[in-house]
Design a protein around this ligand. Structure first.
Ligand SMILES: [Zn+2]
Length: 247
């Protein structure tokens, strides 16, 4: 698939109102330091704890150089990246994981539901729920991505204490069955495509539609101030909780 088609696909997943591509951004929080890697069509996130660096998502195939350059500018050398968390096995999030893992020696964490798909280089199913979702499904028929044998298979939750991060990786199925989010309670949650668009709406693609809202609620239970999206920027958790919890 041509790069522009992939970028268009990712943009559509992010929502038609997605603003201009986001720049890299370094954020200091009391708990951890986070650097967002702006990939144009989406974002990856470098989360630095007291005992290691976790990369959340790695963009399309070919994104490793971009990610590692941004990491260097943030004072993170390739060998400092210990763990790559793929929020889900779609090629615009997990396509670059194999190369980043090869260049850093990092472990790769995937939900148990996604392990076999990832090992075969197959993307998770693309199931549209909106007109935009149907267009995305049409454009993105080719689901293949570089295969990765995950070294950390997450059963529901993974405690990030070994990396010096007071947080966890949490199963958040809905967009795909294998979706997961990195949550630092009271601070932020990196949610992949569980929530999309600049206003923090429901995903256009939902493999498990019944699981979307319960998964968002599970994230919100950890009281993050913001949700950080795979496509789009930072959305206040209050805005998302209003439509999830209702009046
Ligand atoms: Zn996706």
């Amino acid at each position: 698939m041509a790069v522009w088609v992939s970028a268009l696909l990712a943009l559509m997943i992010g929502g038609r109102a997605l603003a201009a591509p986001l720049a890299d951004e370094r954020v200091a929080s009391p708990a951890v330091e986070v650097t967002r890697v702006g990939l144009g069509y989406g974002s990856a996130y470098l989360v630095r704890g007291d005992a290691g660096v976790v990369l959340v998502d790695a963009g399309l195939r070919g994104s490793a150089g971009r990610i590692l350059r941004t990491a260097r500018r943030a004072g993170i050398e390739p060998e400092d990246i210990d763990l790559i968390v793929a929020t889900h096995v779609h090629k615009d999030h997990a396509g670059g994981v194999a190369e980043v893992a090869r260049r850093t020696g990092a472990q790769v964490a995937v939900q148990a539901d996604g392990e076999a798909l990832f090992a075969q280089g197959l993307g998770a199913p693309v199931i549209p729920q909106t007109p935009w979702g149907h267009l995305v499904a049409l454009v993105g028929r080719n689901h293949r991505l570089p295969a990765v044998q995950a070294t950390v298979v997450v059963e529901e939750q993974l405690d990030l204490a070994p990396w010096g991060i007071s947080g966890l990786v949490l199963a958040t199925p809905g967009h795909t069955a294998c979706s997961q989010s990195l949550v630092v309670p009271g601070q932020f949650a990196v949610v992949g495509d569980l929530v999309v668009g600049p206003r923090g709406g429901a995903p256009n693609l939902q493999q498990l539609p019944d699981q979307v809202v319960p998964s968002i609620r599970a994230v919100l239970e950890h009281e993050p101030a913001e949700l950080w999206l795979g496509h789009g920027g930072r959305v206040p958790a209050d805005r998302v909780s209003r439509w999830v919890r209702g009046p």
